[in-house]
Design a protein around this ligand. Structure first.
Ligand code: PML
Ligand code: MG
Length: 252
């Protein structure tokens, strides 16, 4: 059986994340032993050459994974909608989620929160019934981990579905596909890169790109996962997102 490793990087400036450093970048891969060296080199390059600044703390974690635990899922369907400016983002979110069980007030307040968030490193998990945060560590949030594209599937899929290849987008689609497969009703994401203003929402197996999600040059951003806590075991949900190895595409 093929051997696999999970490789994870997170970097920050002004000290480690735990000691109040500012988040710079992160990356996730599932790779074979021969890919370890190039993958870690690419990750270190990403951490030290980022538009959010140069990291002075880099954490690189390499763990072998049990092949028997690996799951395979399909990617979400990618769609793009028009959003002329960040002033119309709320209207766009509301239109796209009109059939969802998420109360409009909750949706809008969480949108306001992610475009100003500078603290939470991972995603906030929100119960649609109570509006409360379900993940236990407020500053940390949930870091979705142990996922990657099946390489052959990705090459074919990205030529057919993405047109011009964009690494950031491919990574976002992989992450969002795992998040959706966990039982999430809707994810909303806005990058914290000052120059990257395209965000997305996921709903009913769609990944909907939203241009001008936030104002240009804003260094804030984040992720929120809406769940129905009455229908989900939150501990199992978080455990799946953080530790179950998942390949996007391919077959077991
Ligand atoms: C991020 O950088 O953290 C999020 C990227 C979102 C990408 C959306 C897209 O370009 O389709
Ligand atoms: Mg980022």
């Amino acid at each position: 059986m093929k051997k696999w490793y999970s490789v994870r990087m997170r970097s920050s400036k002004g000290g480690s994340h735990e000691n109040g450093g500012q988040h710079i970048s992160g990356a996730e891969r599932l790779v074979t032993p021969v890919e370890l060296e190039t993958t870690t080199t690419e990750m270190i390059r990403r951490a030290t050459m980022h538009t959010r600044g140069e990291a002075d703390f880099i954490s690189l974690k390499i763990e072998s994974i049990q092949p028997s635990e690996i799951q395979y899922i399909l990617p979400l369907c990618v769609k793009e909608i028009i959003n002329e400016s960040h002033h119309t983002t709320k209207k766009v979110l509301q239109e796209q989620l009109v059939s969802s069980p998420i109360p409009q007030e909750l949706l809008f307040s969480l949108y306001d929160w992610i475009i100003q968030d500078n603290v939470t490193r991972g995603a906030a998990v929100i119960d649609i019934n109570s509006g409360k945060r379900m993940d236990p560590m407020i500053d940390r949030g949930v870091r979705v981990s142990h996922f990657d594209w099946d390489k052959e599937f990705k090459d074919k899929w990205s030529t057919e579905k993405l047109g011009v290849y964009n690494e950031r987008r491919a990574e976002a689609i992989a992450l969002a596909s795992k998040v959706a497969a966990a039982g999430t009703i809707c994810e909303i994401c806005c990058s914290d890169d000052p120059e990257y203003t395209t965000g997305y929402l996921t709903y009913q197996h769609n990944f909907i790109r939203i241009p001008n999600m936030k104002q240009k040059n804003s260094p804030y951003g984040g992720r929120v996962f809406f769940v129905d806590a009455k229908k989900l075991d939150i501990d199992e949900y978080i455990h799946y997102l953080e530790t179950t190895p998942v390949f996007i595409g391919g077959i077991s």
